[in-house]
Structure formats: structure tokens, C-alpha cells
Design a protein. Structure first.
Length: 403
């Protein structure tokens, strides 16, 4: 496409490939500092809004949405959770975040975070192009990188920038632009997946329930007073077609059953998905005049609710670094990005992996493996140190502590 005629050329300090929450939050933070950025995305706004993703925000991420002027809707429509429940051996064990570490988390779906950010960009006059195609990122090893794309009307456009940010998700095109012999990719595949449902039903519990059973893991989450999100561990090659509603409810109820008589509140299921997941990190997160942020650079299993939070932290750090680079410090300021971002990334990878192995039943596991796992769970809920560790990791680490 490089030789195709260009209809318009626009120059801005920062071009952002990817207009999900990470890309839009970066554009918002730069815009507040008076730096113009253009964000582009191959998906339409409607497609992004219709994709159900993560629902838990760390305390820091929730505060940032409010304090940077994105929106305070989270205070009106979100749900503050002061803890979670670990359920195993047929008993419930609450981890009280507020009591242990003085923080909470917010149940606020990623779709709502995206809507708030997209509305804020519209409100503030920011430029975002959705539904584009044929994206190219050129000249990233120079001080004049370019982004080219085809608009929905078929016209071809070029953005000339000083810096480009690849925030284009887990199937990132930007990450592949780093030379193969200069990049390192770390990864771990997990031998199971999550079967996820959306159901029209009342909340079964006021906070998330992480359930461990000999049959596998289940997560009972919420969305609204009348719509709930639930998951259970399944085989990686599972097909949604093999799971009628009755079988799904029987499986979920069995995995949360216990002596206390707890049962899920059932309702019509209107969405079924199989979520396969892995751990992934690519280094470096910056190459020449391009930086990677969010899922373009790293993904985590969803067990620890870190993915969206990591992406928002990346761009918080990156906005600070870019503003310094565009100011008096110049390009040398970009050297701070990777160390600051990766410290949290690897902490989150560790926590997400730990939560995953703590709660899931490994295929082919022995009776010893199951009893050892129950011993670890008992150690977590039965000691203040164990409860505090989970609470601190789950609610996140303030940005100020990770410089």
C-alpha cells in the first residue's frame, strides 16, 4: 500500500495505533497537557462497545478516570467492592481488602471505560478515526515516523508524527515491526480455558466469588442488578455448541456447592464464549520512535483482573515520558518508559499466574496435587499474611510506589 496515492497528510506530535481504552486514555492525558494526538482503529466504535471484556478496576485506575476528568460515571453506575470471596471445600472465605490494605476495587466493565473515554475525546475535540483499514506504520527508527491508513470512505491518509504508540491489542501489528533478532518474547500457554456466559439474572452475591472445586474453577461476577457474568474452567478445545443452558447451570452450581446451601440465581443465558488465555510479554517495549502499550506488549490470564489495569498504567507512565521527550529532555526521556512499565508488568504476571495455579484444577493432576492446592488455599485465607498478600496484589500497586 505504500505507493497508493495519499489524499491528506496531517502532522501531530503523537500518532496512536489502537483506539481502545489504552489508546484513548493516552490521547486524553496528552490532550490535557496541550499535546495533540490522533488515534486510529480498525474496529468501529460500535464493535468495541459490543465486546464484553474485563470488569474490575484497581483503586488507582478508578481514581485516574475521575481525577483526570474522563468521567465520574463510575461513582454513579459502578460498584465498589471492598473484598472478594474465595470458596473451596464447600465453604466461603472473604478477603476484606479495606480492612487489610485500606483499598477497594471497582466493578466497572471495560466497555463502560471505553465509552467514557470515547465520549471524553468527543467532548474535548480529540481526533479519533474508527473503522479504518490497511494500516501501515513506517520509519519508526527515524525521528519522523508515519502512520498510513484507508478511511471507511476509501480515501487514503497519512499521519506524520514525532512518536508513534502501538496500542493495538493482543493481535498487534505494531509489535511485529520490531526486528525479529532484537525482540524477546516470553510466554506460557495454559492447558485449560474459561467458558463464559452472560445471563439475565439477579446478582448471586454482592462481590466476586472465586470458586475452587475438584471439578475445576468457577468465577461468579456481576455486571448490573439484572445482568451477570460467570465463567467456569473447561478444556481449551471446548465448543459452545456442546453446552445447552441446563448443562451450564448444573456445572456452575456443582462448582459453588457447599454445606452452607449456597446456590446461584439462574436466568436466561444470552451469550456463550470460550476464552483461551496465556501469559505473554514482549521486550523491548520501545523501539526507535515507537512505543508499545497494553496488550500489544503483554497479556495476562484473566484470573487476577490485571489486563485492563496494566494497559491503563502503561499509558499513564508513557504520557509522562512522552511529555518530557517532547519538552526539554528530548528522546532520552523515553529510556524511562520500559523499566517503569515492566516492573508492574512482571509483578502482574506473577500474581496472575499465582492466582491461576491456586484456583484451577490442572488436567491430569493427582490427588496429591489437589490436597496440596487446598493446603495453599487454607494458608492464604487462614493467615493474615496470606490474606494481606492477596488483597495488596488484587487492589494493585500505586504508581508512586513503582518509580
Amino acid at each position: 500500500m505504500a505507493d497508493t496515492a495519499i489524499d491528506t497528510v496531517t502532522s501531530v506530535p503523537v500518532a496512536i495505533v489502537g483506539a481502545g481504552p489504552a489508546g484513548l486514555m493516552l490521547a486524553h492525558l496528552l490532550g490535557r497537557a496541550g499535546v495533540e494526538a490522533i488515534a486510529v482503529d480498525t474496529r468501529t466504535r460500535h464493535e468495541i462497545e459490543a465486546t464484553h471484556r474485563a470488569g474490575i478496576l484497581e483503586a488507582d485506575a478508578a481514581r485516574d478516570l475521575i481525577e483526570t476528568g474522563v468521567s465520574d460515571r463510575i461513582l454513579r453506575e459502578g460498584y465498589e467492592h471492598e473484598g472478594v470471596e474465595l470458596r473451596f471445600g464447600g465453604r466461603a472465605h472473604r478477603i476484606h481488602f479495606k480492612e487489610l490494605v485500606g483499598e477497594s476495587v471497582w466493578l466497572y466493565p471495560q466497555t463502560d471505560v471505553f465509552i467514557d473515554l470515547a465520549d471524553a475525546r468527543d467532548r474535548d475535540g480529540g481526533t479519533v478515526h474508527f473503522g479504518i483499514k490497511d494500516t501501515e506504520v513506517l520509519d519508526i527508527t527515524t525521528d519522523s515516523p508515519r502512520v498510513r491508513y484507508t478511511a471507511p470512505d476509501g480515501t487514503r491518509h497519512e499521519i506524520r508524527a514525532r512518536y508513534v504508540v502501538g496500542a493495538d491489542g493482543s493481535r498487534s501489528m505494531c509489535r511485529d515491526l520490531l526486528p525479529e533478532d532484537r525482540r524477546v518474547r516470553y510466554g506460557k500457554e495454559y492447558p485449560f480455558a474459561w467458558f463464559g456466559i452472560m445471563t439475565e439474572a439477579p446478582m448471586s452475591a454482592p462481590e466476586l466469588i472465586y470458586a475452587h472445586s475438584e471439578h475445576g474453577f468457577a468465577l461468579i461476577s456481576q455486571r448490573t442488578e439484572t445482568v451477570q457474568r460467570m465463567y467456569f474452567q473447561c478444556a481449551s478445545d471446548e465448543s459452545v455448541d456442546a453446552w445447552p443452558d441446563d448443562r451450564i447451570w448444573q456445572t456452575l452450581q456443582a462448582r459453588v456447592a457447599g454445606g452452607d446451601g449456597f446456590q446461584l440465581k439462574e436466568g436466561p443465558i444470552f451469550e456463550k464464549t470460550v476464552l483461551r488465555f496465556r501469559s505473554f510479554v514482549q521486550e523491548p517495549m520501545r523501539w526507535g520512535s515507537m512505543a508499545l502499550a497494553g496488550d500489544a506488549a503483554h497479556t495476562v490470564p484473566p484470573t487476577g483482573a490485571r489486563g485492563l489495569n496494566l494497559a491503563l498504567h502503561d499509558v499513564k507512565v508513557l504520557a509522562d515520558v512522552l511529555l518530557r521527550a517532547l519538552g526539554r529532555e528530548g528522546e532520552a526521556a523515553l529510556n524511562d518508559y520500559q523499566p517503569r512499565a515492566l516492573r508492574r508488568v512482571w509483578r502482574a504476571q506473577n500474581f496472575s499466574h499465582w492466582m491461576t495455579q491456586l484456583l484451577h484444577t490442572a488436567p491430569g493432576g493427582s490427588p496429591f496435587d489437589l490436597q496440596r492446592q487446598l493446603g495453599e488455599l487454607d494458608n492464604v485465607v487462614g493467615t493474615r499474611a496470606g490474606r494481606s498478600y492477596l488483597a495488596e496484589q488484587y487492589t494493585g500497586w500505586p504508581t508512586s510506589t513503582l518509580h
